[in-house]
Design a protein around this ligand. Structure first.
Ligand code: ME8
Length: 535
């Protein structure tokens, strides 16, 4: 039986056109999902939109359209963006879909029957933007939201509450029995110290002050609180309590399936405190991990429309191609930490890693195989010298680290290991001096071994990089003359399959950029985006 893997992004609010920050999380999950599929895991990748709530209702009113028209329009911009970035999600859940709404109503009814929720009334400081209530202490004297610093409003309304106390011990058990449940680890201490130790209050799970939400069947005028509605997407998207629940059985109920939620730090509390409790109430298993990624920042802080420092993915992809953009996200922002987009670092990454290192290795190797062997990759000969053996050893170690890092969601490190192998192969060319070996007929075997080693390392590197380089890896395979049926992980890690294949030189994979020109271009699109959104 194949190993199974389920990965999710947060479902985003379709309140405005998505920017590079939203694209970051979706792209990282895509790279992880593609990496697992490459290695033979049966994988389900879910993303989508969180379409209810007061913020959406207010934005729609301001735009003079119904909330449904409003979200329909923005949903198209998200879906187009995922196509632009070649995102391989298996489904796209929208919380206004009947499959989701009907199931969320059943979930709520179950909680009522199970005495996990009760009707009472709520008063507190409410932030419309974060869709969250805060206490007097949390909003401070300025009465601003501790998360987004916007002004909060005092509100009182009848509401259902979820009995958090009932599941608190179980939550602590989950934390203790699975040290990787919240990663990176520092995030767990934050949750315990900031929210659990001060005393966890019951969570209000319904609203009556606006209507754009899933109606509660048990009480008039109540809609389900947007977070209970939203979090449920992770199971409704798999068919939970629906007619066809085969994906739910396979990707949630099977204890062998590894389940990973990837989120930004801003929503850790909801995913690591309330979501596990909701799952306990439903009698369902827990995810294996909630992985908290960092923010993609600009030089002057968090990317935001009001600061005028937003960069849109379309402007980058149209000019540099999808692979370069995906590569920048994976390698320049350590997955799990905050990172910065600067025009300088973007251009440098493409030039140093992709053009000079990977692209150049391919170019040099194909040219030499053409020059010395009439374009045919020589068979590996038995005659290995120390340089060959070292490169082979490095390739084997790279495969090992790639698997370990990927399994531990260390995406930046996994692909760093591959780029180190590529650097080692470039150095191997310098040290082996194939141009000198070619001058001596008695060294023909060594020259053949050198070309064969380079071709195999390139095959391996292009294969391991494929989850990021969704278009260029195939171009590298084309140049190496690798037939489609051989483009598999198993063939690449075997490191001995290419003898006799015919290479064919093509265009450079990543032409070197003129740094000054491109930095100017990027500065300009940050202040005035070129690609206008459809919505
Ligand atoms: O919170 N850098 O939706 P949201 C990196 N609907 N990631 C960023 C980012 C940035 N600058 N800006 C946004 C919601 N993100 C809820 C979630 S889940 C059941 C409901 C990413 O549209 C990051 O992953 O505000 C963050 O957690 C998410 O977008 C928030 O998206």
């Amino acid at each position: 039986m194949s190993k199974k893997f389920y990965i999710t992004t947060p479902i985003y609010y379709p309140s405005a056109r998505p920017h590079l920050g939203h694209a970051y999380c979706t792209t990282m999950c895509d790279i992880i999902a593609r990496g697992k599929r490459l290695r033979g895991y049966e994988t389900f990748y879910l993303t989508g939109l969180d379409e209810h709530g007061e913020k959406i209702q207010k934005n729609a009113e301001a735009a003079g359209v119904t909330p449904q028209e409003f979200v329909d329009r923005i949903a198209v911009t998200f879906q187009n963006l995922w196509k632009t970035l070649d995102i391989s999600n298996d489904d796209f859940i929208r919380t206004t879909q009947p499959r989701h709404e009907k199931t969320v109503q059943k979930i709520f009814s179950h909680m009522v029957k199970n005495d996990d929720v009760y009707l009472s009334s709520y008063s507190g400081w409410y932030c419309v933007h974060e869709e969250s209530y805060w206490t007097e202490t949390q909003v401070g004297e300025e009465h601003v939201c501790p998360e987004c610093c916007r002004p909060v409003e005092k509100k009182e309304e009848p509401a259902y509450f979820f009995r958090c106390g009932k599941y608190l011990d179980r939550l602590l058990d989950i934390y203790n029995s699975n040290p990787k449940f919240i990663t990176p680890e520092g995030r767990k201490a934050e949750m315990v110290n900031n929210f659990i130790k001060p005393g966890l209050m019951d969570l209000s799970v319904s609203r009556t002050t606006f209507s754009w939400g899933v109606p509660i069947l048990e009480a008039d005028k109540h809609v389900i609180y947007v977070w209970l509605d939203a979090l449920s997407n992770y199971i409704t998207g798999l068919g939970f309590w629906q007619e066809d629940d085969s994906n739910f059985q396979k990707f949630w109920m099977d204890p062998e399936t590894e389940i990973v939620h990837v989120i930004g730090a801003d929503i850790t509390r909801f995913h690591t405190i309330y979501w596990p409790m909701f799952l306990e109430s439903l009698g369902l298993r827990q995810p294996n991990r909630v992985f908290v990624h960092g923010l993609l920042m600009m030089k002057d802080g968090k990317m935001s429309k009001s600061r005028g420092n937003v960069i849109y993915v379309e402007d980058l992809v149209n000019r540099y191609g999808v692979d370069a953009v995906r590569y920048f996200m994976a390698r320049n922002i350590i997955f799990g930490l905050d990172g910065e987009f600067t025009p300088e670092s973007f251009v440098e990454t493409i030039n140093v890693d992709l053009a000079n290192n990977f692209g150049n290795l391919l170019n040099r190797t194909i040219s030499m195989i053409e020059k010395y062997f009439g374009g045919e990759i020589p068979q590996i000969s038995g005659n290995l010298n120390d340089l060959d053996k070292n490169l082979h050893e490095t390739a084997l170690k790279t495969i090992q680290s790639y698997e370990v890092y990927n399994d531990d969601l260390k995406v930046t490190e996994a692909y760093g290991a591959v780029m180190n192998l590529v650097s080692a192969a470039n150095k191997y060319i310098q040290d082996s001096e194939p141009w000198t070996l070619a001058k001596d007929e008695t060294k023909k075997d060594l020259l053949a071994s050198c070309m064969s080693h380079l071709a195999h390392v390139l095959f391996l590197a292009a294969t391991l990089l494929k989850p990021i380089l969704v278009t260029k890896s195939d171009l590298a395979f084309d140049q190496l003359g690798i037939p489609k049926e051989l483009r598999t992980y198993e063939a690449a890690v075997a490191l001995n399959k290419l003898g006799g294949l015919k290479v064919a030189k093509g265009e450079p994979l990543f032409p070197r950029l003129n740094a000054n020109e491109e930095i100017e271009y990027l500065k300009e699109v940050i202040s005035s985006p070129k690609e206008k959104a459809a919505a």
